[in-house]
Structures are given as structure tokens and as C-alpha cells.
Design a protein around this ligand. Structure first.
Ligand SMILES: [Zn+2]
Ligand SMILES: [Zn+2]
Length: 97
């Protein structure tokens, strides 16, 4: 009889997942109009810019470039057209040796 309990619990889990999944498939709801769906546009990256040098891991006689760029992610509402723009800073060490 304990197994039956587990099956019921699984069924409930499946039902919850079936209800929750379409909500995930939809984008985030617009906070501005509370109706539209936010759609993500392609991420825009600024060019890598060298901001510093750091000693090369392969050869201490060389310097590697410390670089920075911005990643700009835009979410636009398909109802009122308002966008949410999120920019994050990305870093990398560029070794050309
Ligand atoms: Zn909206
Ligand atoms: Zn290097």
C-alpha cells in the first residue's frame, strides 16, 4: 500500500509540472502593462578592450591582456513595447603567445 502512495505522489508531481511548464515556456510577464510577454532580443556585445596587462602563465617574460566588454541583453514587451535593458561586464585574459 505504501507503493500506491508513491504513485499518487508522482502523479501529483506530474500534474504540477504540466501546469508549471507552460508558464516557463512563456517569457516573463511585463511589469509595465502586466499583460505582455517579454521577448529577449539577440545579445549585443561591445568590442573587447584591453584594460590592463597581467604576467603570462606560459612565459613570465610576456604580458597577457586583461580585457573587458559589456554584454547588453534587452527584453522587450510584445504588448506595450517597453524594454528592460540589462548590461553585464565580462572579463577575459587574452594570451597571444
Ligand atoms: Zn508591457
Ligand atoms: Zn601569454
Amino acid at each position: 500500500m505504501r507503493n500506491k502512495g508513491i504513485v499518487v505522489a508522482l502523479l501529483i508531481l506530474l500534474m504540477v509540472a504540466a501546469i508549471a511548464l507552460p508558464a516557463f515556456a512563456r517569457g516573463p510577464i511585463c511589469e509595465r502593462c502586466d499583460e505582455g510577454e517579454l521577448k529577449q532580443k539577440p545579445t549585443v556585445y561591445t568590442p573587447w578592450e584591453t584594460i590592463d596587462f597581467t604576467i603570462c602563465q606560459k612565459n613570465p617574460n610576456y604580458n597577457d591582456k586583461k580585457q573587458q566588454r559589456f554584454a547588453i541583453r534587452t527584453w522587450t514587451c510584445n504588448n506595450c513595447g517597453v524594454s528592460e535593458v540589462i548590461s553585464t561586464t565580462e572579463y577575459r585574459i587574452l594570451c597571444e603567445h
